[in-house]
Design a protein around this ligand. Structure first.
Ligand code: KIV
Length: 267
């Protein structure tokens, strides 16, 4: 029987006033370490398009990529609930496509839930997924798959009208059966108001300290990704420096002939 945390556990954490930690992971080794550290949810984010594949946006990520990386994260972890992103155009064209692809992420990827971006326009898909037994995390505010209509990676929900729209979308997603909602890059007062109004947990990224949980991209959190540095990112380490220093030490030893030493050789 699986020892993984359940959707109900995540919901109950909000009821108990416990903060939820979500971190992205894209491969088995990172998943193993982040899981062992105790994160409640591992997000196989389509941010992999940028931090793993080197693209400038998430738009080129496919369902095959998501299934492949989700399988690796599931293999590497034991406890965390694994949430897989539904990539661009895997759910927008029709509810039927959303069902087929959401089902694939659970059945073949091994995820415990899926995440998709948007409010009112994805409510029918969210309802159908939940009815089919596929738990859903919503995603509002800065939704990177809409980078072109949002005119770049910028703060969303500033001003009463825009803020009210995001609040309304959050209520619609909750009503459709989403069990949590990621709020990305919105003013902290809006994050606070939505978190207070919803019964399901909000997971913030650039949405202030009042959300029920937080999510960070592991490459940002660990200081590995230095192409973009959003204001909301806190780097808990600078692994890029460690990687470069360790690799340079190896190169120096190869060049000087001190690696491999006797203890690394066979007789
Ligand atoms: O793709 C991703 O990593 C995400 C997070 C930034 C929330 O959606």
């Amino acid at each position: 029987m699986s020892q993984r945390l359940t959707v109900q556990h995540i919901r109950d954490m909000k009821t108990r006033g416990e903060r939820i930690a979500m971190v992205t992971a894209y491969d088995a080794t990172f998943a193993r370490h982040i899981d062992a550290a105790g994160a409640e949810m591992l997000l196989v984010g389509d941010s992999l398009g940028m931090v793993v594949q080197g693209r400038s946006s998430t738009l080129g990520v496919t369902m095959d990529h998501m299934v492949y990386h989700t399988q690796a994260v599931v293999r590497g972890s034991q406890r965390a609930l694994v949430v897989a992103d539904m990539p661009f155009m895997s759910y927008q064209p029709s509810v039927e496509l959303a069902l087929r692809n959401g089902g694939r992420l659970l059945a073949h990827g091994g995820a415990g839930a899926v995440k998709l971006e948007g409010g009112e326009r994805v409510v029918a898909a969210v309802r159908a997924l939940v009815d089919a037994g596929i738990p859903v995390v919503g995603h509002l505010g800065l939704t990177p798959q809409s980078v072109h209509t949002l005119s770049g990676f910028r703060v969303q929900g500033r001003g009463d009208k825009q803020g009210a729209r995001i609040m309304e979308d959050a209520l619609l997603l909750e009503d459709a059966g989403a069990f949590a909602i990621v709020l990305e890059t919105i003013p902290l007062e809006l994050g606070k108001a939505i978190s207070a109004r919803l019964t399901i947990p909000t997971i913030g990224i650039g949405a202030g300290p009042h959300c029920d949980g937080q999510v960070l991209v592991c490459y940002d959190m660990l200081g590995l990704y230095d192409q973009i540095a959003p204001k909301f990112v806190k780097r808990y380490d600078n692994l890029a420096e460690h990687v470069r220093a360790a690799t340079k030490a190896y190169i120096d030893e190869v060049r000087s002939g001190t690696f491999p030493a006797d203890e690394h050789s066979f007789r």
